[in-house]
Design a protein around this ligand. Structure first.
Ligand code: GLN
Length: 246
């Protein structure tokens, strides 16, 4: 049985709003299709060997949490870069998207360095961008609606090498100004969407799994379809709650 190997970076320090729920979705959707999976927590001080994973996950965190992990993340930066170049899949959420970029200047003006696997930079604004988020997302030429919620001080602006994950239909997104949300470069995805993002967005979960299985086996899998009626209903409820028509 093919085992898909997932590393969960800083699970204790970077896990606000229940973002670790994303890991459970990835595991179950693999299991339901006959794949096994391993989840390896990587904390500060642990080695990070990029060649033994297919997907790297990092959740959100407050400025203080980001400061706690930033120094260790810098020590892992070269390995993370080579993994991204090798086509490993990344899903880094909120504080994660900020650390995937050049860095984050927090509300006290302190600079928290990022690893630069996404061409973007972030500085804290005077207010927090909070609320429901609805996007029109595009990956690999396919489009889908994504729902979640956001709560961040950071204003993120993308450089030329990064593409937005989607355009904001409802909410603030990367910076509350240019209608972009998230960032994608090759198989690296950063997003501000909490929820956690994956339970209500099975299309995104399966896109990540398709990439991760391809990274593991060298072949693009044809994932069997699942009964996503509950997931789709949850997404529809979130769209209505965001004040948009179903
Ligand atoms: N500390 C960052 C900010 O406030 C990220 C917050 C988060 O992960 N929700 O912008």
């Amino acid at each position: 049985m093919t085992e898909i190997r997932i590393c969960h970076l800083y699970p204790k320090e970077m896990n606000i709003y229940g973002d670790r729920g994303n890991i459970a979705v990835l595991q179950k959707r693999l299991e339901w299709r006959g794949y096994s999976s391993s989840i390896t927590p990587i904390s500060t001080g642990d080695d990070f060997n990029p060649t033994i994973f297919d997907l790297c996950y990092l959740g959100g965190g407050q400025d203080r949490d980001q400061m706690l992990v930033a120094y260790d993340l810098q020590k892992k930066s070269a390995a993370i870069h080579s993994a991204a170049k090798d086509g490993m899949v990344f899903l880094w959420v909120c504080g994660g998207i900020q650390l995937a970029g050049a860095g984050y200047t927090d509300s006290d003006g302190r600079r928290i360095p990022g690893v630069g696997i996404l061409d973007l930079d972030t500085s804290a604004g005077k207010s927090r961008l909070i609320g429901d988020l609805v996007l029109n997302a595009e990956l690999d030429g396919e489009t889908s609606t994504l729902v979640g919620y956001e709560n961040h001080a950071g204003r993120t602006f993308l450089g030329p090498d990064a593409t937005p994950l989607g355009s904001v239909l409802k909410g603030h997104g990367n910076n509350g100004a240019d209608q972009t949300e998230g960032a994608v470069q090759e198989r690296v995805i950063g997003t501000y969407m909490h929820g956690p993002i994956l339970p209500k967005n099975p299309w995104l979960a399966d896109k990540l799994l398709t990439w991760a299985i391809e990274h593991n086996t060298g072949e693009i899998p044809a994932l069997s379809s699942l009964d996503d009626s509950l997931e789709n209903l949850a997404q529809q409820v979130a769209i209505s709650r965001a004040g948009m028509k179903r």
